[in-house]
Design a protein around this ligand. Structure first.
Ligand code: 5GP
Ligand code: ZN
Length: 113
């Protein structure tokens, strides 16, 4: 998707602070962090959100979650962290490329706002 900001980050047209990368997934620091550690994990392939995940994407999205464990270890988030993905406008999704927020480094309240 030529006008998608996260596609541009995935293909390095826009710089980001990368914390993890492999062939199919990129994880980078959120520009506007909501916790001491706030990382966005994205598939490099453009997928709008988790409502658009079909059989072809299931392994890819599972991989996004699997790499969060490595990132948590690398960032020293031994006391826990939160994974959250916003789907659609009412949930607050602003970038229409599937991303999993990884938040940690402070006590997180529940439920989120
Ligand atoms: P959403 O609200 O769609 O769930 O989350 C989008 C997130 O992307 C926000 O937390 C926002 O701060 C982050 N973001 C938006 N544009 C950029 C950018 O260009 N670079 C980085 N690193 N984060 C971005
Ligand atoms: Zn995209």
């Amino acid at each position: 998707m030529s006008d998608c900001i996260f596609c541009k980050i995935a293909n390095k047209q826009i710089p980001s602070q990368v914390v993890f990368e492999d062939d199919t997934v990129l994880a980078f620091k959120d520009l506007n962090p909501q916790a001491p550690e706030h990382v966005l994990i994205i598939p490099k392939q453009h997928v709008v959100d988790s409502a658009y995940v079909d059989a072809d994407h299931e392994a890819l999205v599972g991989h996004c979650i699997a790499v969060s464990a490595k990132i948590g270890e690398a960032l020293g988030l031994v006391n826990g962290y939160r994974l959250v993905t916003n789907v659609g406008e009412e949930a607050g999704q602003t970038v229409m490329h599937l991303h999993i927020h990884m938040l940690g480094g402070r006590r997180l309240t529940w439920p989120p706002g």
